[in-house]
Design a protein around this ligand. Sequence first.
Ligand code: AMP
Ligand code: MG
Length: 278
Amino acid sequence: MSSLTHKVEPGSTISLSDYAPRYDGEVKRKDAEAELETLTTELDELQELLYGAGTHSLLVVMQGMDTSGKDSTVRTVFGKVSPLGSYVAPFKVPTEEELAHDFLWRVHKVTPRKGQIGIFNRSHYEDVLVVRVHGYVPEKVWKARYQQINDFERLLADSGTIILKFFLNISREEQEERLREREQEIEKAWKLSAGDWRERELWDKYMVAYDDALGKCSTKHAPWHIVPADRKWFRNYAVASTIVETLRGYKDTWMEKLEKIGEGAKAELEAYRAGDGT
Ligand code: AMP
Ligand code: MG
């Protein structure tokens, strides 16, 4: 099942042109949609354990070209997770204050605390993507950032953060279709922007920047997953199952921790009752 996404090997050189955006793993849509329901329910249960144990946090990074479905994947995959245990941090054009700091300043502040799920809608990777494509900083500056990002993510991982990074891989043709759809639907009017069409012209440059970001910054403790994203149902299913499979690996540890917490609390309660005579 782990082949729904492509997990980028640490230290590899990749070319996104080798990955098919319409890949569906020969999964049937009906089956994927049914399975998604089960997975999202399980995700909510796993989040409760994550919270209760209080030993880890989960950081999910969402990246992708405009219209790749970052918002909608978040809504679908995390739709059943309690708002108490999760939040989304969107990364927009940096403010004057943010630009007056190092590029990780605004990022570190919004990393998830233990027990929480933090979802980055765009992320510190914009600082080696849009920034590189537009040359907002000199090459020397963005080039140093891959290592800086790896060091930063290492620190988060060493501090108990489970990190999963998803690149939603849509094709250029699919993007055009989705941009045109936005013009037709009044509910999507707020998303319309000429800027999207301008960025689209830089598609090839973005792909080169993504190849580098994914290859240089996929690590054992913070892997990148390339998600086939032309089919929305497959994209949602692939992201949900990757997250749930990863968290399942921690379930026993969290249950053990919860048992200990329970024992401690019960002992305290018994001592209280014994002293109190009730
Ligand atoms: P959206 O995700 O559609 O709301 O758009 C957010 C915009 O902010 C995108 O065009 C991003 O490229 C841009 N953005 C995010 N982070 C940065 C950054 N560090 N530097 C420049 N632009 C950024
Ligand atoms: Mg946009």
